[in-house]
Design a binder for this molecule. Sequence first.
Ligand SMILES: [Zn+2]
Length: 284
Amino acid sequence: MTNQKTLAKSIETGGIGLHTGVTVNLKLKPAPAHTGYIFVRTDLDDFEIPASVEYISHCSYATTLLRRGVLLSTCEHLLAALRGTGIDNCFIELDNIEIPIMDGSSENWIELIEQAGTSEQNAPRHFLKIKETVIFEQGDRRMSIEPSDDYRIECTIDFPHPFINRQKFDFTLNDGSFGREIASARTFGFTTEIEMLRKANLALGGSLDNAIVLTPDGMLNKQPLRFADEFVRHKTLDIIGDFALLGMPFLGKIKAEKSGHAVHASLMSKLLKTESAWEIVEGV
Ligand SMILES: [Zn+2]
């Protein structure tokens, strides 16, 4: 039987938001059993936004939550680090609208969580156990979740770029696998998109320090890729972060083909509405 975990102590950091470019200070704090992850806007009288599917607002280039008019943007890389390290309960205090992008991956979050240490709580961990396959399709994008005894993700991407093309990654979440295989994979974007993003007031904090920037036949970053298939690993990271909004780890296998934040949100919403497809179980 696995028990729930929280942080052993609070930790603080700061940075800038990838899309808004704003400066933000952030503190991760221990939380009681059954809290889940709750964002706390300290600049707005400690207004709380639980990390939950019901508060997903939009998800074009990042996942944004909205509760009673209060926004919280780009939550996926931090949530991936929490889920990936087996933290079940955490308060995330911040004084601005967007989670800092750090280096574009989850690596800094993992380091901070390791510095704080974890503390086991006197309550069994809950899992969303998948009983039937649920599929969401939109054009050539396809995502499904099917029964499995583990937390698994099989992710495939296909971009017409010499560094990417078709990449496939098969991930199983177990002790340390997130830190070893996924955490340091950075977000990426294309120079051809940047002007359009900036016009839409997005990627304002983006730079070579927090993203892989791809030109039509290469990349602007001087440092090498961290993995030859860093791109599909980052997409797997995004799936872990978005699916943390289910409020507990799943026992199932996700198959994702050209998915993105909007597809993740659609599959989660369809899954939760299909009540025969899952049950909540305690510890395994
Ligand atoms: Zn991402």
